[in-house]
Design a protein around this ligand. Structure first.
Ligand SMILES: [Zn+2]
Length: 152
C-alpha cells in the first residue's frame, strides 16, 4: 500500500515506549482521556484517520517511555477492543498483541442504572462481559452496550 508523506512521519520510530494501533478513529480522544495521555511529560504522537486496508480509516497513538499496566490495558479494551499494542525497546518491537476484553471489568465503567448500589455507595463498579458488545452489571444485572458506556 502507498503511504502518504504524512503517514511516513507518523510511523517514524520511537526508541522506547508503546504503540497503540488500529484504534477506531471515532474513539481516539476517548483513548487519550482514559489513559491520561494529556498529562504525560513524554512525547505522544496521535495520528487520526490514517488509511488502513482492514478498517478503512484507523488511528494510532505512539507514547515514548511509557508501558501500560494491565489495568490501563483493560481500560483501553473497553473503547478499542480491536487495538494492537506494540512494546518498543531500543527501536525494536519486542512484544505485540491484540487488546482483549477481560471477563470482568472492575472500577472502569459506570452503571447507567441510577438506583444501582454502585451509584449510591462508595464502591468500585463491577461488570461481566457477555460478548464483545454487551456488559452486565454484577450488582443490578442491568445490561449496557459497550459502545455507549461511560468511563468512571
Ligand atoms: Zn448496576
Amino acid at each position: 500500500m502507498q503511504k502518504t508523506p504524512n503517514q511516513e512521519l507518523l510511523v517514524a520510530a520511537i526508541k522506547d515506549g508503546t504503540v497503540i494501533d488500529h484504534i477506531p478513529s471515532s474513539r481516539i480522544f476517548d483513548v487519550v482521556n482514559l489513559l491520561g495521555l494529556q498529562g504525560l511529560a513524554s512525547a505522544v504522537v496521535v495520528g487520526c484517520n490514517l488509511e488502513s486496508g482492514q478498517m478503512g480509516k484507523k488511528s494510532i497513538i505512539k507514547v515514548a517511555d511509557k508501558f501500560f499496566t494491565p489495568d490501563e490495558v483493560d481500560r483501553l479494551s473497553v473503547v478499542a477492543p480491536g487495538a494492537t499494542l506494540s512494546i518498543i525497546r531500543n527501536y525494536d518491537v519486542v512484544e505485540k498483541h491484540q487488546v482483549r476484553l477481560p471477563e470482568t471489568l472492575r472500577g472502569i465503567i459506570r452503571c447507567d442504572n441510577p438506583v444501582c448500589i454502585s451509584n449510591n455507595e462508595p464502591m468500585p463498579t463491577r461488570f461481566h462481559v457477555k460478548d464483545n458488545a454487551t456488559v452486565r452489571c454484577h450488582y443490578c444485572e442491568h445490561e449496557q452496550r459497550l459502545e455507549k458506556v461511560e468511563i468512571v
